[in-house]
Design a protein around this ligand. Structure first.
Ligand code: TRP
Length: 345
């Protein structure tokens, strides 16, 4: 883990979030949730994990489906090992401080910074004139999510690095413009760990495993049962060559590299270890072994997920307790910020 800025004196805090769109999958788990749990279990960090439903409305969405999608995301966090007694789990929209700070940060961030954001370009597509203004300022709200808790560490996937850079730029600019030489906000560090940080689609080794992919065969969902997992792995795109014995042999073989990477992440081995075991064997042998590992690994998570999702009252209780705690931490930060920028008291 890299260091918190030396001149920042606040506590070490962790914040991360995921959108409540669609179902969570193995890529979310190995690329993010696993790190969330590791940071929580690290012991001396205060962890905040939110479901970012305010980000979810930056794109067309179904209002009737959103509350259950928030519950499903929270259930996935818990099933993956985020413990509501150790970490604060909540819905972003239940803490108005995020939106208040986002407005102030909209006036700190520069248009040119946002115009460089690649996720906006990807999501807006060709006809970006028709994208919502919210989609454009999405990364500013993300910075508010983080800094409203003065979070020092944010576990995220590779693809969020640029948004984290923007968050640091906003904090630095705010500190410079308003701080009087003092670091009001920390320069937050991304925490990107492990071989699982980039899990790719099972149908295309060059695209990230994604909940918005039209093909359900492209991903392993946290709630898939053993049969579905085995079937999807069997169908996964590969090439006709046997596995190489050395990692260099994977360089031009994105699909093979992805499957070996998933096996490694699930077993806690390195890719080199996996190739030492399976090098020279074809996918006819490797895929069933991978399916076994994935089923064994995911079974307890998907069982717990299914149990939780059928108990809405329990999830709602966890989310309201989490929101209450989150508000208690965020509200004073927003009050301080409003005072600093000169808002009416
Ligand atoms: N943009 C993130 C993603 O697409 C989700 C997110 C919103 C987030 N707010 C955040 C992640 C704050 C980390 C911290 O994955």
């Amino acid at each position: 883990m890299s260091e918190t800025p030396a001149d920042y004196k606040g506590p070490q805090r962790v914040l991360s979030g995921m959108q409540p769109t669609g179902r969570l999958h193995l890529g979310n788990y190995l690329g993010a949730l696993k790190n969330w749990v590791a940071l929580q279990d690290n012991g001396d960090l205060d962890c905040f994990y939110c479901v970012v439903d305010m980000h979810a409305i930056t794109m067309p969405h179904d209002p009737r489906a959103l509350p259950d999608a928030v519950r499903a995301a929270a259930a996935a966090y818990i099933a993956a090992g985020v413990d509501p007694d150790k970490s604060t789990i909540f819905a972003q929209s239940a803490v108005p401080a995020h939106a208040e700070l986002a407005w102030i940060f909209n006036c700190v961030a520069r248009l040119g910074w946002l115009e460089r954001m690649t996720q906006f370009k990807d999501k807006a597509g060709k006809d970006s004139e028709r994208a919502s203004v919210g989609l454009f300022t999405y990364p500013v709200l993300q910075a508010a999510d983080i800094l409203v808790y003065k979070a020092t560490h944010v576990p995220v996937g590779e693809d969020q690095k640029q948004h984290l850079e923007l968050c640091r730029d906003i904090a630095a600019r705010f500190n410079r413009d308003y701080g009087d030489g003092e670091a009001i906000f920390p320069l937050t560090d991304p925490v990107i760990q492990g071989p699982g940080a980039r899990i790719m689609s099972l149908r295309d080794g060059s695209a990230k495993m994604s909940k918005s992919d039209v093909s359900d065969n492209s991903r392993i969902n946290l709630e898939d049962d053993a049969d579905a997992i085995a079937r999807k792995i069997k169908k996964a795109k590969t090439d006709p060559e046997p596995l190489p014995s050395e990692e260099a042999g994977l360089e031009t073989r994105p699909e093979a590299s992805n499957l070996v990477g998933i096996y490694a992440a699930l077993t806690g081995k390195t890719k080199a270890d996996v190739l030492a075991e399976f090098g020279g064997q074809g996918f006819g042998a490797f895929k069933p072994a991978l399916a076994d590992v994935a089923v064994e690994y995911l079974a307890p998570i998907s069982d717990e997920f299914r149990r939780l999702i059928s108990d809405k009252a329990e999830i709602d209780r966890i989310l309201s307790k989490g929101a209450e705690h989150a508000r208690a931490v965020a509200d004073p930060v927003v009050s301080e910020t409003k005072r600093i920028v000169g808002f009416w008291h």
